[in-house]
Write a protein that binds this ligand. Structure first.
Ligand code: IMP
Length: 197
């Protein structure tokens, strides 16, 4: 069965393609001719609420039985009361360069605690209903940005066990430990068990 990936974020699609084992046929929103505003569905107050809305919005558009996979994710910084959280993509403005967002966050953090985590909730909308899969990647806000891999907030997300930021890991290393990698593998187990794919 084909799986439609309900995101327009090219970085997420790249990681999802790299994480999924062979044998899965992925379709993009362009492949299925979905030209509606997916962001309009992201008005919920939690990752869980948003991801279910995105997956079901895309599935309701499809006239045939198909699986839809959606990802809602973000960076949760404890010292900032959980910001940028569910609003990570739009934080300080959707078009604000991440470099500017990094600088602002580092200036706010100052002497405050640095604990933070990336959160990912994946949803699979199937003919039998919608299931969600949660995972996190724990780390710290770095003293300064480093690395040019990954995307988004990766250069300021420090992983003490590696002594590196997420942007300094190879994609393979990041996908093994990341919120997205772990949530997606839970979804893959579910697909194996319930859909035989
Ligand atoms: P969403 O499209 O509403 O789920 O927003 C996700 C946003 O969270 C992204 O646009 C990034 O700003 C941030 N984010 C999620 N996952 C990662 C990651 O793995 N690295 C860096 N930033 C991420």
């Amino acid at each position: 069965m084909e799986i439609v990936v309900a995101t327009r974020n090219a970085d997420k699609i790249r990681e999802i393609r790299a994480i999924l084992p062979g044998g899965f046929k992925l379709l993009s929103l362009d492949d299925i001719g979905f030209d509606l505003d997916l962001e309009a569905a992201e008005d919920g107050e939690s990752f869980e609420e948003n991801v279910i809305k995105k997956a079901e919005f895309v599935r309701s558009f499809l006239a045939y039985d198909c699986l839809v996979l959606a990802d809602d994710s973000g960076l949760v910084i404890d010292a900032l009361g959980g910001l940028p959280g569910v609003d990570s993509a739009n934080f300080m403005g959707r078009d604000t360069p991440y470099k500017v967002r990094h600088e602002w966050i580092l200036a706010q953090i100052g002497a405050l605690g640095r604990s933070a985590r990336f959160v990912c909730v994946m949803a699979l909308a199937t003919p039998a209903g919608t299931r969600t899969f949660h995972a996190t990647m724990e780390g710290k806000i770095a003293e300064k940005p480093a690395g040019d891999g990954g995307f988004g907030y990766d250069p300021i997300f420090y992983l003490p066990e590696f002594g590196k930021t997420a942007a300094q890991l190879s994609m393979e290393q990041k996908n093994k430990i990341s919120h997205r990698g772990k949530a997606l593998l839970k979804a893959v187990d579910y697909l194996h068990e319930n859909f035989g794919i």
